[in-house]
Design a protein around this ligand. Structure first.
Ligand code: NI
Length: 155
């Protein structure tokens, strides 16, 4: 495992449309492991592959709930419901926070680290995290869609 360098806003890799993973192999599992280690080392709740310079549809998350570590390969949101506004931050945009409107509930389909298709329903912080991380796979940062931005966690 290795802690990877996290790319910051302005790096072109963060604006790319990421490629789907063709085969969930050892290399992808290594990427998942390194991304999880990087996320935990930097106290993040989620990390997308372009944030570590890999333009692939791979995400890790841990919202410190019952799901624990989630590893999503080729994730697709299949259902969105409701809306909620809350504060977000991002390891690629240090010290900046913003209010972002997201769906309140989502369903997502993805491949796990064994290449097996999985489905997950999420609400609250996990639903928000899924939407934030999946946006990274399409080159979108939360600062692109935030209703307001501020420095530090408090307004
Ligand atoms: Ni982010």
């Amino acid at each position: 495992m290795a802690i990877l360098d996290v790319k910051k806003a302005g790096d072109p890799v963060l604006k790319e449309i990421c490629q789907p993973v063709e085969r969930v192999d050892k290399k992808i599992r290594q990427l998942l492991d390194d991304m999880a280690e990087t996320m935990y080392a930097k106290d993040g709740v989620g990390l997308a592959a372009p944030q570590v310079g890999e333009s692939l549809r791979v995400v890790v998350m841990d919202c410190q709930d019952d799901h624990g570590l989630l590893e999503l390969v080729n994730p697709v949101i299949t259902h969105r419901e409701g809306s909620a506004i809350d504060t977000e931050g991002c390891l690629s945009v240090p010290d900046i926070y913003g209010e972002v409107e997201r769906a309140e509930r989502v369903k997502v389909e993805f491949l796990n680290r064994r290449g097996k298709k999985q489905r997950l329903s999420a609400t609250g912080l996990l639903a928000r995290c899924i939407q934030h991380e999946l946006d990274h796979l399409d080159g979108q940062l939360f600062i692109d869609i935030a209703k307001s931005l501020h420095r530090g966690k408090q307004e």
